[in-house]
Structures are given as C-alpha cells and as structure tokens.
Design a protein around this ligand. Structure first.
Ligand SMILES: Nc1ncnc2c1ncn2[C@@H]1O[C@H](COP(=O)(O)OP(=O)(O)OP(=O)(O)O)[C@@H](O)[C@H]1O
Ligand SMILES: [Mg+2]
Length: 381
C-alpha cells in the first residue's frame, strides 16, 4: 500500500485538500483571459493549486503551459525554455516546425529533437543568431507575443502559468516586466497566472510605479483551515487501515504549524514508521517518536545553520520559539531573553526573515520550518 501523504512535490488529486473556492476562481479567471497574480509564502501550495487549475483548463478544451521562471540561469535561456514549452503544445515535430517557423521566422529558431527519458525525444529550441542586447529584446517581444498568436492560430483558449515569477526581476531588470506586460495586455484569449513565493518581491511588483500595477486580480493564498486538514489526515490513516488515536490529525496540524508542506511531511513520516512497525493504530506517542527521529536526522543541518547565525540572531530566534513569536520587541521579552535594545532585535528579526527562517503572520514572528522550531526548543540554550 502506498503512503497517502505527499510532500515536496505537486500534490496528486488524492492528497489534495480544500482550496475549492480558490480553484474555481482561478479556473474561471483563466478562462476569461485574466492576468492573475497568486502570492503566498513558500510551501503553501501555489504550484499544486496552479497544476490543478491547468488540468481543469485542459479538460475544458484549453491549451495550457507551465514554466518555472526561477529555474533558468539567464534571460535567453528563459526565453528559449518558454518558446520550447509553447512549441511543445504541438506534439508533431513537422507541424511544430512549420507553424513555429511562420511565427518566429525572422529570428531563425533552431528546432531539434533531443533524446529524453520517454524515448520519444523532446523538442529543443535555440536562437543562435541572438547576440546583442537588442537581439534579446526583440526575441523577448516575439516570444511574449507567441501565446496570443498560438491561441489565434489554433482557435483555442490558452492558459499560461509562470511560476516563481518574482525571479523575472533578476533578468535584465525592469525591461522584462515592461515587455511582458505590454504583450499580455493585448492577449484577450490567453489567461495568465503569475505565481510567486516571495511575497515582498511580488507585492512590490504590483506597486503603483511598476508595469504590472492593476494588471489583473490578485489572489493571496492562505493556509488550509486546520479542521479540514486534520479531518483529512485522520480519514487517510483510516482508509489505509491505520486507526488514528483521538486528535491525531489535529496534533499533526498543530505541530506542523499548519504549513501544508510540514503537515504532509509529518503525516507521511509517521505513516511510514507505523507501517514499518506493523501497527494497527497510531497515537500521539507514535507521533512524538517520529518527530524525535526526524529531529535526529536533521540535527547536523540545523546545527550548521545555527552556527552561521550571529549571537544576537540566535537569541532572537530562540525567543521567537519560546514566546510563540509574540511581543518580541517588548521590554519584558527583551529582558527575559537578554536580547538587548529594540533596534538590535529588529535587525535580527529582519535578517532571520531574509534567511527564510522566520515569517510574519499578523503580529507574530513564526519559525517557517516546524522541525527547526522544535530543534531550537530542545537543542539550544
Ligand atoms: N491543497 C493541498 N492539500 C494538501 N497538501 C498540500 C496542498 N497544497 C500543498 N500541499 C503540501 O505542501 C507541499 C508544497 O506544495 P507546493 O509545492 O504546491 O507549494 P508552493 O507554494 O508552490 O511551494 P514553493 O514555495 O516551495 O514553490 C506539497 O508537496 C504538499 O505536501
Ligand atoms: Mg511552487
């Protein structure tokens, strides 16, 4: 029997919880040709939500492509990758060659079939004639116009997902945003979702003076309601013949800080341990044994991370754990944890947020990784 809990990848249907309203809205907006911004901190489930929305769009007869902006090492590599994904909408190479040649003829794309795992070969695109910055801008203009042309040529709706979109800022500064915004606003038959996991960068991109200001609706993904998640966990344990003890699901959600990734990780690991031990039921004791095992496995990594922090940052991180992230700047908390002046604490908090160790949730500072939180509570002084 396979583990019903999945983490570290886009979640399959059977492990997907909640998000009905978000999904409906995303699917409708994409079909209406909207340009949607989807923003949340890391590991909340953006990529999983987008993958599901694109699946639905495909089932509804649309074409769909998805591309992760942050995985490219240069602007040209990104443009080539984007062109390739769009080209792959046509699975027959001869047809792809001919209509792509028509669309991008003057840029003289080279289209080849490269060996891949599937044995059928994957289409690769490159633009060997593109050399100067001006060539690159022209290429960008043409590639960004492609979705609209494809939708027209194929007479189909098209949905385009650009994931980790905040990374676009590292290519060529502001000119990419301008070029892309200028292209997409004319493509009424193409829906776009720009998703990003660095909320501050993404929010800044939507600012008044930036090209994407008021370009379309903004969705800020929240956590999954705790009770839904807890009920799902209990149900999946039951369905795989492991009887959950009272409040097991709720305890997992709480221990994981209700971060979707951490919830699934803890449930997955607990399920593995229970299966390996041949158990019929699982309780809170077992959960804590699994937690201890995970802390042991992560010890060297957390220790190395801890060593890289300054003393002031270590003290602030510890205080955030012990105070549950509340009132860290108060005189009281600063005295209790010997944190020094408020400005020192503020600087440490900012550094810890930049390092993705802490995140702000309302007025609280929460430790992003719930395992790290438990490690700090138990292994530091
Ligand atoms: N709707 C959901 N139901 C259940 N678990 C989920 C859901 N969404 C996400 N998860 C859990 O969170 C993990 C991370 O999800 P995903 O990769 O979609 O998030 P993300 O926001 O794109 O993360 P990143 O910022 O790392 O790109 C998944 O592997 C899964 O374990
Ligand atoms: Mg993602």
């Amino acid at each position: 029997m396979t583990n019903p809990f999945v983490y570290g990848e886009v979640v399959p249907d059977a492990s997907f919880v909640d998000r009905e309203a978000e999904l409906d809205r995303l699917v409708q907006d994409l079909a209406a040709g909207q340009k949607i911004f989807l923003i949340s901190p890391r590991r909340y489930g953006k990529s999983s939500l987008v993958a599901r929305a694109l699946d639905r769009a495909r089932r509804g007869g649309a074409l769909a492509v998805e591309i992760t902006v942050s995985s490219y090492s240069s602007y040209v590599a990104f443009l080539e990758g984007y062109a390739r994904e769009l080209l792959s909408l046509e699975t027959r190479l001869d047809r792809a060659r001919s209509w792509f040649g028509d669309l991008l003829g003057t840029l003289r794309p080279q289209i080849r079939l490269e060996p891949d795992d599937s044995g059928r070969g994957a289409i690769a695109v490159s633009f060997p004639t593109v050399r100067t910055d001006r060539d690159v801008s022209r290429l960008a203009q043409e590639v960004f116009a492609l979705p609209g042309r494809i939708a027209d040529a194929r007479r189909r709706r098209l949905a385009v997902a650009l994931d980790e979109f905040q990374a676009i800022g590292s290519f060529n500064g502001g000119s990419v945003e301008h070029a892309l915004r200028a292209a997409v606003q004319h493509q009424r038959q193409v829906g776009y979702v720009f998703s990003g996991s660095e909320p501050t960068l993404m929010e800044r991109m939507l600012g008044r003076s930036r090209p994407f200001y008021k370009a379309g609706p903004v969705m800020r993904l929240q956590k999954i309601p705790e009770d839904r998640f807890a009920a799902f966990i209990d149900a999946r344990f039951r369905a795989t013949k492991l009887r959950p003890g009272p409040n097991l699901g709720a305890a997992i959600v709480e221990l994981a800080g209700n971060l979707p990734y951490d919830v699934q990780r803890l449930a997955h690991e607990l399920w593995d341990d229970a299966r390996a031990a041949g158990m019929k039921s699982v309780g809170l004791e077992d959960l804590h044994a699994t937690l201890r095992r995970l802390l042991g496995e992560h010890d060297a990594m957390f220790e190395a991370g801890w060593q890289r922090l300054t003393l002031a940052q270590r003290a602030t991180l510890r205080a955030a754990v012990l105070e549950d992230g509340r009132e860290l700047l108060s005189a009281d908390a600063r005295a209790r944890h010997r944190l020094g002046g408020a400005s020192t604490v503020q600087a440490s908090l900012s550094a810890l947020i930049r390092e993705d160790l802490l995140a702000r949730e309302g007025t609280r500072y929460v430790v992003v990784d719930s395992l790290l939180r438990e490690w700090v509570a138990r292994h530091t002084f």
